[in-house]
Ligand binder design. Structure first.
Ligand code: PEP
Ligand code: MG
Length: 323
């Protein structure tokens, strides 16, 4: 039961053939950190900073961001904490924020919105850099659609660093990564890999944009398939590009927390799986009983199939055979 699963907290997430993956947590509030650690979380793979804006009418400023990031970094140190810059817009609209998009999912959201609001973005980037001295920070940009956008975001980060340097404020050099959650990013993952330090695949949005279904629309939820061949091919592109460039690949979409998919993700070569804390023990159980080699063979077989149903059945059959 729950006790037995929690007892795995301090065991490594290592396969029978000695591949170690990092099991990390997705958090929306600093208050979630103790529970994440209790469930065996080894890192924060995704901190959704836009939640600092929710349920209030004023805007949080640099100091509030700094205190909040510092608290999380200190609680996890020396373990890594991946903090994603504001993913505002789309499905995450705080009260009082005016985003007049015809279609929020395709409009001015996330990194697009931040690049259009340089003062707001600057406050967050300064807060992140200031907090960097308190732990093991990784900065991640959401909804990157191409290399020019990545360069613009990195430029904004560099400007914040230049400012702090001129002011004599301490900060560290931090790894900079991107969410791969648009088909455009997945398809040019090789080019993006040349200009960033890590990838984190956001399957929630990647599936939405690849299959063309609103992730919140119940009427088309039947089409929402993490194992659609198109999604699987994109995941493979991203993982292969990451491996070729020496850029580690994480996954922080819901798919990462589903035990049935763990063998597929091991086979693809995903190095970090980030999920809600309570999902960690079950995923760890699968990882510890799995062989990455079987995962790779499974992925090869899946890529030769066609429909999402056939692919899902093959995964379920393999899982039933092995576990
Ligand atoms: C994703 O898109 O998969 C993701 C992790 O980000 P969010 O759910 O916050 O959009
Ligand atoms: Mg997303």
């Amino acid at each position: 039961g729950e006790q037995a699963l929690l007892a795995t907290r301090d065991l490594p997430a290592r396969t029978l053939d000695d591949l170690t993956v990092r099991l990390a947590g997705n958090i929306e509030f600093a208050e979630e950190v103790p529970s994440l650690i209790a469930h065996g979380g080894e890192a924060v793979g995704l901190y959704r900073t836009e939640f600092l804006f929710m349920g209030r009418s004023d805007l949080p400023g640099e100091e509030e961001h700094y205190q909040n990031y510092r608290r999380i970094l200190e609680a996890l140190a020396p373990r890594p904490v991946t903090i994603r810059t504001f993913d505002l817009g789309g499905d995450k609209l705080p009260a009082g924020m005016r985003v007049t998009a015809e279609n929020p999912a395709l409009g001015l959201r996330a990194i697009r919105y931040c690049l259009r609001q340089p003062e707001m973005f600057r406050a967050q980037l300064r807060a992140l850099l200031r907090a960097s001295v308190h732990g093991n920070l990784r900065v991640m940009f959401p909804m990157i659609s191409g290399v020019a956008e990545l360069r613009a975001a990195k430029h904004a980060l560099r400007q914040a660093a230049d400012e702090l340097r001129a002011e004599g404020v301490a900060f560290r050099q931090v790894p900079v990564g991107i969410m791969v959650e648009l088909p455009s990013a997945a398809m040019i993952a090789d080019r993006l890999a040349a200009e960033c330090d890590f990838f984190s695949i956001g399957t929630n949005d990647l599936i939405q944009y690849t299959i063309g279904i609103d992730r919140q629309d119940k009427d088309v939820a039947y089409l929402y398939k993490p194992l659609h061949l198109a999604v699987l091919r994109l995941l493979k592109l991203v993982c292969d590009a990451g491996r070729a460039a020496g850029v580690p690949v994480s996954m922080c979409g819901e798919m990462a927390g589903e035990p049935v998919n763990a063998l597929v993700l091991l086979g693809l070569g995903v190095a970090e799986l980030s999920m809600n804390g309570p999902s960690i023990p079950l995923v760890k159980r699968v990882v510890r009983a799995a062989r990455a080699e079987d995962g790779r063979a499974l992925v090869d077989r899946l890529l030769a199939l066609t429909t999402a149903d056939d692919i899902e059945h093959e995964v379920q059959a393999e899982m039933a055979r092995r576990f």
